[in-house]
Write a protein that binds this ligand. Structure first.
Ligand code: C2E
Ligand code: CA
Ligand code: CA
Length: 610
């Protein structure tokens, strides 16, 4: 300490000392000196204040310090001092002391080794109260711990939220979001050479849901998820991407045979019954497969979708592979569907009419309106060319409605030409029959009673005996529109339909009709249908009457009305209007027959097939 002041005047030194004292006073730092051999300490006032001794003496026994130490800290404090002494260097320590009042104080002590004038080892040091710092520190530490714990909890819930966002709650499988991300990763991964994508759609799932309830539907989905997962290996990916749609991505499967084997395996697993309580549920699946090198996998999902579409189209419960031809077909089909969607609005849908005659008098008693699509490039298309497409894309209801609108317009035109039009039968699809707004829409059309009949195939009714369908059928009848069962006897539970639907008339299917000329048994069958219909007060129309012989036999068997090429081909409005014109006496009947039976092959093509 003496050295620090060397080179200064006494005055300067005193001044410096005063300022130092002031600074120490202000900072509440105690200053001590310790001659190790003497076991004696020199304390300033602040040291006494720090230790709360209540004394003033400059000299203090080192025992005073030792005794003040907090018992647990003695060892460390003494040890720190010993190390400094051994090294004849800096002393640095922190320890607790117990004040006479019992208060505990944290002190930081810092000192410097020097040799006394007689050579004995000494320290000069400073000590200050760090209790507040320690407390603050402790506080901070505990705050940090709390913050850390909070961060951990936050991370856990984030992970949970993330998992939930990425997984399907029901099956635990990754969902669409996660799937898209993983597929993108797989496509970039350097160790992935080929990717195979299987799109799996459960067949019959809706029926299970409808018939057995949602719990059964859930059980089915869970079982499907487990079965698909069991059929793939660890590096592969399976996800649920829609209600009953799953997709599996197979990594590095290699050849198409392997891929097909796995797809077949999944299919056979899914075909096994699912236990639900005491019941066994049966489902199936359609699977579309696409594969490629991973660097070329951009459209795999779309391709497997095309293949899946094909699998469903070919009757479901099967595996189909993507091919470029399929893609082209699908493109063409989608374009046609897009055009068909617009066709009703563009007035491209129009009815052709086929006459129905009284089996005995051969007078025209009705017409069946048959949809035609006047395609701007392809020409006139008949239902074979577009009806299946319409069903696949859900467009039948609009087509039915367009036909009906045109039929009503044609009728109105005929009336204004002085013709009394017969009843017109229009075909109605299941989709339209289940439409909420059907009755309201029909009411808006102001259909005259008995002017129109609706032909429906009984499968519509029997497959889906929906309350809405029932209500709509009632509404239709109340409006004075007849209900007819189309294609009667074509293989469905015909009698149930008859009793339940109470139709105005039934139309015996063409297949039954065709056979009456060659089979006695078929004649008897038609005969008994007629009998039952009579008993139920239902009229019978024979359709597909192709020859005069058919017409005669069917009339003999008791059919009320006849329809078919022998009677007349489907024809456009103007040709039919000509047939309906009130002509002098017997002309009417003759023209009707002339339109059909004697029509040449070319005439037939012109009016029906083009
Ligand atoms: P469908 O209701 O059974 O109509 C009778 C079909 O048989 C018509 O075919 C008709 O041209 C044809 N046909 C008539 N007489 C004979 C005959 O003597 N021999 C043979 N072999 N065939 C005959 P088209 O017009 O091609 O219609 C086919 C089917 O398309 C219809 O069968 C009907 O199910 C459906 N369809 C037609 N128009 C509509 C419609 O507006 N809406 C709905 N939903 N379906 C329609
Ligand atoms: Ca029909
Ligand atoms: Ca029919």
């Amino acid at each position: 300490m003496a050295e620090t002041a060397s080179g200064r005047t006494e005055e300067e030194f005193q001044d410096l000392l005063r300022r130092l004292e002031l600074a120490l006073e202000a900072s509440q730092i105690g200053v001590w000196q310790h001659n190790v051999n003497d076991k004696e300490l020199l304390w300033d006032q602040q040291m006494h204040r720090l230790y709360g001794t209540g004394l003033q003496d400059r000299k203090v026994s080192s025992d005073v310090w030792m005794k003040a130490l907090y018992p647990e800290d003695v060892e460390k404090a003494v040890n720190d001092f010993q190390i400094a002494l051994d090294g004849r260097g800096f002393y640095n320590s922190q320890f607790r002391i117990v004040l006479p009042s019992g208060e505990i104080r944290h002190l930081r002590s810092s000192a410097h080794f020097y040799e006394d004038h007689d050579g004995s080892p000494s320290f000069i040091g400073a000590e200050w109260d760090v209790t507040a710092d320690v407390q603050l520190n402790r506080e901070l530490t505990s705050q940090t711990a709390i913050a850390e714990a909070r961060a951990v909890a936050l991370e856990q819930s984030r992970a949970r939220i993330e998992y939930a966002a990425d997984h399907d709650y029901l099956t635990g499988l990754p969902n669409r979001r996660y799937f898209d991300r993983r597929l993108a990763e797989l496509r970039k991964a350097s160790d992935v050479e080929t990717l195979g994508v299987l799109q799996i759609d459960l067949d019959g799932f809706k029926e299970i849901n409808d018939k057995w309830g949602h719990a059964a539907g859930d059980a089915t989905l869970q079982s499907a998820a487990a079965r698909i997962s069991a059929a793939i290996t660890a590096g592969d990916l399976v996800a649920r991407i829609g209600g009953d749609e799953f997709v599996a991505v197979l990594v590095n499967v290699g050849n198409a045979e392997r891929l097909e084997a796995i797809a077949d395996d999944i299919l056979s697993r899914l075909r096994r019954e699912v236990r639900f309580g005491n019941d066994m549920l049966r489902i199936g699946a359609s699977i579309g497969v696409a594969s490629s090198r991973s660097d070329n996998a951009g459209s795999l999902l779309a391709e497997s979708d095309v293949a899946l579409f094909q699998a469903k189209k070919l009757g479901r419960n099967r595996v189909e592979f993507f091919t470029p031809e399929l893609q082209a077909d699908l493109h063409a089909e989608r374009r046609l569907a897009d055009e068909l969607r617009l066709a009703p609005m563009l007035q491209q849908i129009e009815p052709f009419y086929q006459i129905q005659v009284d089996a005995r008098s051969r007078r025209i008693v009705g017409l069946e309106a048959l949809a035609r699509w006047r395609h701007p490039e392809k020409g006139l298309l008949s239902p074979v060319a577009f009806l299946k497409l319409a069903e696949e894309y859900g467009l039948t209801a609009e087509i039915d409605a367009a036909v009906l609108t045109r039929v009503l317009a044609d009728r109105a035109a005929w009336v204004s030409q002085g013709v009394e039009p017969p009843r017109v039968a229009v075909n109605i699809s299941g989709r339209r029959l289940a439409d909420h707004d059907l009755i309201e829409g029909l009411q808006a059309l102001k259909i005259p009673p008995r002017a129109i009949a609706f032909e429906l195939v009984e499968t519509i009714f029997l497959d889906d005996p929906d309350d809405r369908v029932l209500a709509n059928i009632d509404g239709i009848k109340q409006m004075g529109i007849d209900i007819e069962i189309d294609d009667f006897g074509s293989g469905h539970a015909s009698l149930i339909g008859l009793v339940k639907l109470k139709p105005k008339r039934l139309k015996i299917d063409r297949q039954l009709v065709t056979a009456v000329t060659v089979s006695e048994e078929q004649r008897r069958l038609v005969g008994s249908i007629v009998e039952i219909a009579r008993a139920l007060n239902v009229e019978v129309v024979a359709e597909g009457v192709e020859t005069e012989e058919h017409a005669r036999i069917l009339a003999d068997l008791g059919c009320d009305e006849l329809q078919g090429y022998a009677i007349g081909y489907p024809a456009p409005e103007n040709e039919i209007a000509a047939l309906l014109k009130p002509a002098p006496a017997p002309g009417r009947r003759r023209s009707a027959v002339a339109g059909g039976g004697r029509a040449t092959e070319s005439a037939r093509r012109r009016s029906d097939r083009n």
